[in-house]
Design a protein around this ligand. Structure first.
Ligand code: ADP
Ligand code: ZN
Length: 739
């Protein structure tokens, strides 16, 4: 137990003070504790508190509420010398908990995810020259003292290494008094990024957008901005100007990136602009680095944090700007544990901190687009690529017309003649191409020709995906894998299993048949290939060691290959029709992003989309390059169907290992749904993955008019049904996926 800093001095001590303490566990709310006499119980004060038999960190959240006797309350001990969690963070935690219907303690747990962050900083002992000249001055000693005379404090091994002497020599100097000890902080301090280190010369569009953002930062109050610019238009350069403005006023800035975009390249780009790397925050940090960043954010030393969604819960001392890059990305929605959308919550945090938020994308979410067109957000537009690059031309290949050609040749199943012709021309011209298919592995389904049996995962309602190179079948929802069988497991017939449909490996196989000499590689976000192989493929493409990159959505975003002039989308219809309100938007966003890889330098780009629905509005908009037309149509469609953002949705997912128990609770919930005007409840129905990692899953969907307090409705409803402990009831407010 830590030492508490309080005094017991009053002659008549009276009752101990009390406070509501929030603990980082999913309980209903704050619990009452006693505090030591004289303790200051400000909101945000960190305490040690006991819950059951566990000792844990807690936070003073508000006044105590109960009236139980003193003897029934435990005492929480304030941490000695610990900082207080900033008020903005505490208010944010409450807001997120209320909105997402998560227990506030579950949200607090995300904000305290840095073990030991509040413990006093450890000290390191290092040595500096004292001025005392030792009696015996050997050559080695002289050498060590020479190096140490620069005044830098060094550890024993550090000085030994720098001076190229043994540790014994250094210790001898310490003993003789020639070196004296000094204390260094445990953590290397963060260098401050320099606002004007290497500012670019902006073009007119960029300058206008940057001026608006600088003004917003200077205004010191909440404002929201959609930075809406085509791929390669310089959105990053523009929001960097806003970061520079925040730095100039001494405030902190937070840049949120979807996890996939959080790369060394981005950190280096930041360093090139600001002279030093920013602080990073994501799931790959070591405990120690986590502690270092957390403390530096809280004491204001870390001026800029670049992070994944969880960085939103850091204790910023003085936040002056939040930027959300690729704001339309689904990766911002956390689906496990506490479900929340980091882009939406970034806007909330900015409002609480009274600072601007900028959302950047070439293909904004419809929500942000509507907010920008109706004036709730400022709409900053960058309409052309920076420099000479033009937008690529997009053409549709009607697979229905090409079917005869494809069948006649037998060999060709996935690459139509027009796409092959374009590939030939690109390779002849010495340029690069990319083939895109958003499906990992060789084939998504393996089927027995004799009995019709489909190979599925025993733990998930999902097909097993063939990975031919590794001769395995794998479930993409869990870690289940088997060696590819030679006989059907259902009817035992041999040689009857056939691969149905293509994955990237199969497209690559066909490509190699047609272009035997071409150099190509597969890049796939695949646990079976591994991130190293994927990075290798991307590097090979950048260095022009290969001509064709065949990949899944991992190649769709961010990469800049100047010689890439052709993008072929093998199946543009994938994922277009699964009844999800955002399916069209997502298809558009993904294909637009993929298309954006072509022709990013001087040479013009061509994008070919293979589709069976060339009349479809999404395909038409892509072919015409009519992004705004697509958004307008999508807006009308959503408005007509009262879909978000014109109506509200919430999903309830009931899950557990016992199917009958799950279905029972789901049915009870369905029956208990209160009748309310402008609220509709659908379900329960089995979820898309009715079985996922061994859990049976049922879903209910609530659709409500915009003005409805959907949280109040859900709270009242969920109270009516008690689920046994083996059945989980999860709420997803504003769901973005419907699996
Ligand atoms: P976006 O984020 O919109 O895709 P980027 O900010 O990545 O665009 O810019 C695309 C490329 O153009 C980058 O290499 C960037 O450094 C360069 N660029 C953009 N604007 C400028 C500018 N004003 N001066 C110099 N280079 C620029
Ligand atoms: Zn599985």
């Amino acid at each position: 137990m830590r030492q508490a800093h309080f005094q017991i001095s009053s002659p008549d001590p009276g009752p101990q003070p009390r406070a509501g303490i929030l603990l980082p566990v999913p309980l209903a709310g704050a619990y009452d504790y006693k505090l030591p006499r004289g303790a200051i119980a400000a909101r945000g004060t960190l305490v040690e508190a006991q819950l059951g038999s566990r000792q844990m960190l807690g936070v003073v959240w508000g006044a105590a509420e109960g009236t139980v006797g003193d003897n029934r309350l435990k005492t929480a001990e304030p941490l000695a010398d610990a900082p207080v969690l900033p008020k903005g963070l505490c208010d944010f935690i409450d807001w997120v908990a209320d909105y997402t219907l998560n227990p506030p303690g579950a949200i607090l747990a995300m904000a305290l995810r840095s073990r030991g962050a509040f413990e006093p900083e450890a000290r390191r002992i290092a040595y500096v020259v004292s001025g005392v000249v030792p009696p015996k001055l050997s050559a080695a000693r002289r050498q060590a003292l020479d190096v140490a005379s620069d005044g830098l404090a060094r550890s024993v091994p550090g000085l030994a290494e720098d001076a190229n002497v043994s540790s014994a020599v250094v210790r001898g100097l310490i003993q003789s008094g020639a070196l004296m000890p000094t204390e260094l902080p445990e953590f290397t301090p963060f260098r401050a990024p320099e606002a004007n280190f290497a500012a670019p010369i902006l073009n007119d569009d960029q300058a206008q957008a940057a001026a608006a953002l600088r003004g917003a930062v200077a205004a010191n109050k909440f404002s929201a901005h959609l930075l809406d610019g085509v791929t390669g238009s310089g959105k990053t350069e523009v929001y960097f100007e806003a970061v520079a403005a925040a730095l100039a006023t001494g405030k902190q800035a937070l840049i949120l990136l979807p996890e996939i975009a959080l790369t060394v390249q981005f950190l280096e780009r930041f360093a090139a602009r600001f002279g030093t790397r920013p602080a990073e925050w994501h799931s790959d940090l070591s405990q120690k680095e986590r502690r270092r960043v957390y403390r530096a954010v809280m004491n204001g030393e870390a001026k800029v944090v670049v992070g994944a969604r969880s960085a939103l819960f850091l204790p910023f001392a003085s936040l002056g700007l939040i930027a959300v890059d690729e704001e339309h990305e689904q990766a911002f929605k956390q689906q496990d544990g506490a479900i929340y959308h980091a882009r939406d919550m970034a806007v909330v945090r900015a409002r609480i901190e009274q600072c601007p938020v900028v959302l950047a994308s070439a293909t904004p979410s419809l929500e942000s687009f509507v907010n920008a067109t109706n004036g709730r957000y400022a709409h900053l537009k960058l309409t052309s690529r920076h420099g000479v690059a033009a937008m690529p031309s997009v053409k549709l290949i009607d697979l229905r017309q090409e079917r005869d050609a494809i069948d006649a040749e037998q060999r060709a199943q996935w690459l139509s003649p027009p796409l092959r012709d374009a590939l030939t021309q690109t390779l002849v011209a010495g340029e690069q191409a990319m083939l895109f298919l958003n499906r990992r592995g060789y084939a998504p389904l393996t089927l027995c020709e004799a009995c019709g049996h489909k190979l599925t995962c025993p733990h998930c309602s999902a097909w097993l995906v063939e990975h031919r190179y590794r001769r395995r079948l794998a479930c993409h929802q869990c870690s289940f894998e088997i060696p590819a069988p030679t006989a059907c497991p259902a009817c035992n017939a041999g040689g009857t299993l056939i691969a149905c449909g293509p994955g990237v490996e199969r497209v690559a196989e066909e490509f190699a048949q047609f272009f035997p000499g071409a150099r190509y590689a597969i890049a796939s976000s695949d646990t079976l290939h591994g991130p190293a192989e994927t990075q290798g493929a991307i590097r090979a493409m950048a260095k022009r060691e290969i001509d064709v990159l065949i990949g899944t959505q991992i190649v769709a975003k961010g990469h800049h290959f100047p010689q890439l002039t052709l993008v072929g989308v093998v199946d543009a219809d994938l994922g277009g029709s699964d009844g999800d309100v955002r399916a069209r938007e997502r298809t558009f966003q993904l294909l637009h992003q993929v298309s954006g890889r072509a022709g990013r330098a001087e040479k013009p780009g061509l994008v070919l989309l293979q589709t069976r629905n060339p009349e479809d509005a999404v395909m038409q908009a892509l072919a015409r390059g009519d992004r705004d037309g697509f958004y307008e149509q999508e807006r009308q469609y959503r408005e007509a169907s009262a879909a978000p953002p014109f109506g509200r949705l919430a999903a309830i997912i009931v899950s557990g290992p016992d199917g009958d128990a799950v279905r029972h609770v789901a049915r009870e919930l369905g029956k208990a749904a209160p009748a309310a005007r402008d609220v509709k409840v659908w379900g329960p129905t089995p979820a898309f993955y009715a079985l996922l990692r061994g859990q049976t899953r049922e879903r209910l969907l609530v659709q409500a008019a915009r003005g409805i307090d959907i949280q109040a409705y859900l709270k009242a409803w969920l109270k009516l049904v008690k689920a046994p402990s083996a059945v989980r009831v999860t709420v997803d407010v504003d769901p973005v996926s419907f699996f």
